[in-house]
Ligand binder design. Structure first.
Ligand code: ADP
Ligand code: MG
Length: 313
């Protein structure tokens, strides 16, 4: 590796203040070493972001980094694991500006700090702009990972996080809807710097039947989870918790279609056996995670969404 690549790592990806007890060898060593306790298993997840596909040249690099880490960590959380560290493989054209790297590293460090994740190594190469994260989490020995499918008739549908604001930000960016400043800031934050409630995933481990991080939209991801499980559901569309900007603009932004059919990064959907309802709600409450019941799984395929007045969404 050339001196300038060592320089890049030292300046942008060496954060000694973000350390975790599980990490023995880290950035600067030939490889990373993780030491788990005797009663934990390691769970891994990989997420790749390519310029032109998952992000665009004009996107601010701090937001690209934040979304990448949020996406990887929420997938790991959905399967019940507690993320604690990650590696970063970054490729950039020779002409990549220092400003871009600076912003990328700032966004990554901020979101890593918020989620308490240590960056433990990676690779830095020349090439098209792309980033790959491998996130590492733990799961207690006696708990199985929460699968992506397996919903059964009678199960309950829950969501965590808030919906609508990221979709509202897109409407604002395309000029379809004007927002006052406070709403614009809340919406932009939900799209560009989404919060991830990691604690809800590990709290639900061993209780929820299946779970998914919402990556396209609640409608699409929930419908997919049900179809893969061979069943359907009836949900109360208006039970879905809204972000603050969506609460102020729901009608003019197209109503409940917005939170159901738009992006909602950082949110999770859980399917819970009815017999586990009390245990699930208590576990999430203890993890200081708000969860909201929105509907019921049924034998009949398809996702039926109703509004308060009984009309279909
Ligand atoms: P070389 O290419 O000379 O083998 P490495 O690829 O091993 O060097 O990188 C040197 C050190 O820097 C390693 O500890 C590696 O994990 C770390 N590293 C490289 N790129 C990154 C990055 N983008 N983020 C974090 N750590 C990195
Ligand atoms: Mg290298």
């Amino acid at each position: 590796m050339s001196v300038s690549e060592f320089d890049i790592i030292e300046r942008f990806f060496h954060w000694p203040c973000l350390q975790r007890p599980e990490v023995r060898l880290s950035v600067g060593d030939d490889a990373a070493e993780l030491a788990l306790s005797a009663h934990e298993r390691l769970v891994l997840q990989s997420t790749q972001y390519l310029e032109g596909v998952d992000f665009h040249r004009e996107d601010s690099a701090d937001s690209v980094a934040h979304r990448l880490l949020a996406k990887a960590a929420s997938s790991l959380a959905a399967c019940g694991a507690k993320p604690f560290s990650f590696t970063l493989a970054l490729s950039m054209p020779a002409a990549a500006s220092e400003d871009w790297l600076q912003a990328f590293s700032r966004g990554l460090e901020n979101s890593a700090r918020t989620m308490q994740l240590a960056l433990i190594g990676g690779d830095t190469t020349r090439g098209p702009r792309a980033a790959v994260l491998h996130v590492h989490g733990t799961l207690p020995d006696h708990i199985a990972p929460t699968p992506r499918t397996g919903a059964a008739p009678g199960d309950l549908v829950y969501v965590t996080g808030q919906f609508g604001d990221a979709a509202l930000a897109l409407l604002h960016e395309t000029g379809e809807l004007q927002l006052i400043r406070a709403d614009r800031e809340a919406a932009t934050r939900a799209l560009r710097f989404p919060d991830v409630n990691l604690a809800s995933g590990s709290a639900a481990a061993g209780i929820a039947r299946c779970a998914r991080a919402i990556d396209t939209s609640l409608m699409e991801n929930l419908a997919g989870m049900l179809a893969d499980s061979g069943c359907g559901a009836t949900v109360q569309a208006h039970y879905v918790p809204l972000g603050p900007a969506t609460r102020n603009n729901l009608e003019r932004a197209g109503g409940w279609n917005l939170p159901w059919n738009g992006p909602a990064p950082g949110t999770l959907c859980f399917i819970v056996p009815a017999a586990e309802q009390a245990r699930f709600e208590r576990a999430l409450q203890e993890a200081e995670s708000e969860c909201t019941w929105i509907g019921l799984v049924e034998r009949s395929p398809g996702l039926r969404c109703y509004l308060e007045d009984g009309s279909a969404l």
